[in-house]
Design a protein. Structure first.
Length: 292
């Protein structure tokens, strides 16, 4: 793909909404910045639903989806804005329950992600007794990044332990800052020669679950041509959409904001085309925020 492939910039989602019956909508970077909802986003989703559309929030959050509604409500995103939620944590939990890598797990991540293990019959052990590793993020994502784990990962790779990544994102916004996610740690693990298994966007298994959930929500199968993936992540949301053969709407004001121009609210068309070409994706449209 070359940089001269333009991506239409649209002023509002209403410009293309009639083409689609369902949205697979990202959460962090589209609905909120980690602290508060973006203005107008809940209204846009509510208007799409009022027209008969269905909204499935598809997040790479490494936690069960049952934990998200209360958090979204606190940020200003009511339950009337969506029909359901699916997280990479949900898909990871199904895998844990299968005991494919055994029952002895060394968990890397904050304590808030521990509900992921509830009901899985997987034991949390120290690294010396582990049969596999599950990464949901750095232990302290306020200060840590992948390099803080290089020495430990070198030991774990030497033992041949498989790593499960519950969030393929590399970084996300938290207010004005970018913080590292589990995907950044998994990438380092692979660079050191280890094997990693990913759950969440852009990897295929979560999309199969998403299609089934949309069918349950709508009462009928929804053709891929009538599904739109909305997201700010080029290597996750937009790459996943391309891999699944569904259209993508690129939200430029999220994680890629600085690459799309100096003003996050006014992306520059030539820069949007450039970053999309660099990621080898071709969204059907782009806009700075998800507004109607």
């Amino acid at each position: 793909m070359t940089a001269d492939k333009s991506v239409p910039l649209i002023p509002g989602f209403s410009a293309i909404a009639d083409r689609y019956d369902a949205l697979l909508c990202d959460v962090w970077g589209v609905l909120h910045n980690g602290r508060e909802a973006y203005p107008g986003v809940a209204e846009a989703l509510e208007k799409f639903r009022a027209k008969g559309g269905h909204v499935l929030l598809l997040s790479n959050a490494p936690r069960p989806s049952t934990e998200l509604p209360a958090m979204l409500q606190r940020m200003g995103i009511p339950s009337t804005a969506y029909d359901g939620i699916l997280t990479s944590g949900d898909a990871t939990r199904e895998f844990l329950t299968s005991h494919t890598f055994g029952r002895a797990c060394y968990h890397i991540g904050p304590e808030r992600d521990l509900p992921l293990f509830d009901g899985t019959n997987v034991s949390l052990v120290d690294e010396d007794h582990a049969g596999f590793i599950l990464v949901t993020g750095p232990f302290n994502d306020e200060v840590e990044g992948p390099e803080d784990y290089r020495e430990q990962f070198t030991r774990l790779v030497a033992r041949g332990l498989p790593l499960v990544c519950a969030n393929p994102d590399i970084v996300v916004e938290r207010g004005p800052r970018h913080i590292y996610c589990a995907g950044a740690l998994a990438r380092l693990y692979e660079e050191l020669g280890g094997a990693a298994t990913y759950f969440g966007k852009p990897h295929g298994p979560v999309y199969g679950i998403a299609r089934h959930r949309l069918m349950e929500i709508s009462g009928r199968p929804i053709p891929d041509t009538h599904i739109l993936a909305v997201g700010d992540g080029l290597p996750t949301d937009m790459k996943g959409a391309k891999g699944q053969g569904i259209d993508g709407l690129f939200i430029t004001g999220g994680i890629a904001a600085t690459a799309c121009g100096p003003d996050p609210e006014h992306p520059q068309a030539e820069l949007v085309a450039k970053v999309c070409a660099g990621a080898d994706v071709q969204p059907v449209a782009a806009m700075p925020r998800l507004i109607w």
